[in-house]
Design a protein around this ligand. Structure first.
Ligand code: VGL
Ligand code: ZN
Length: 196
């Protein structure tokens, strides 16, 4: 059994938006399979009065990451469109915080900390431990986790509730290795349940 102190903890749900799920423009294969366990985590945190924070990719139409603008991705998560909305099956508790990122046309931002108020909000709430789930393991989850560790947070990567793009077959696996060697601890929902 792992020794996990849930005080000063927050759940970070990364980019669970329509465009990253099946039927979206940057569909991540099988990403819908993590929705039930993502929801379990959200309900677990909500039930204990712990913070739940959702990041969202929030691009302007002329974003640099789109193929039409010279980038590598199909147009996705354009502000105030269906694609950027949270997937309807992803549970939203009564109280939650949304952090929008990658909203400058000329800047890619995979990390939820880049050009956002996320670190400041977490400091205000006295959060020290972050539990991270969502998509994509090899982009936004990876960069959010690495930034969090560099900022001094203890990070638990919820390995049963992440999914990657895998443009190259091992990208997600490599990303997990990078996060673990940087100091992230892997956790599955069953282990979290055992802490109570
Ligand atoms: C992401 C690719 C492009 C992500 C965002 O949320 O991981 N991936 N934009
Ligand atoms: Zn994006």
């Amino acid at each position: 059994m792992k020794n996990i102190d849930l005080s000063d903890s927050a759940l970070i749900v990364v980019d669970m938006q329509n465009d990253f799920l099946p039927g979206g423009s940057l569909e991540i294969p099988n990403s819908d399979t993590i929705i039930p366990v993502v929801n379990e985590y959200i309900k677990f945190f909500e039930a204990r009065g712990l913070a739940v924070i959702y990041t969202r990719d929030w691009h302007p139409e002329n974003h640099i990451s789109f193929k039409e603008n010279g980038g590598r991705w199909p147009r996705h998560c354009v502000q105030n469109t269906w694609g950027s909305e949270f997937h309807p099956q992803v549970y939203l508790p009564k109280n939650y915080l949304v952090i929008s990122k990658a909203f400058y046309p000329d800047l890619e931002a995979y990390s939820g900390f880049q050009d956002t108020e996320l670190n400041q909000k977490l400091n205000e709430m006295g959060i020290k431990n972050l539990f991270v789930c969502g998509v994509a393991t090899d982009y936004c989850v990876l960069n959010t986790v690495l930034d969090a560790i560099n900022l001094g947070y203890k990070v638990f990567l919820l390995i049963d509730a992440v999914k990657g793009v895998d443009l190259n077959p091992n990208d997600s696996e490599d990303a997990v290795k990078k996060m673990v060697s940087a100091g992230a601890e892997l956790l599955v929902f069953e282990e979290l349940l055992q802490t109570i």
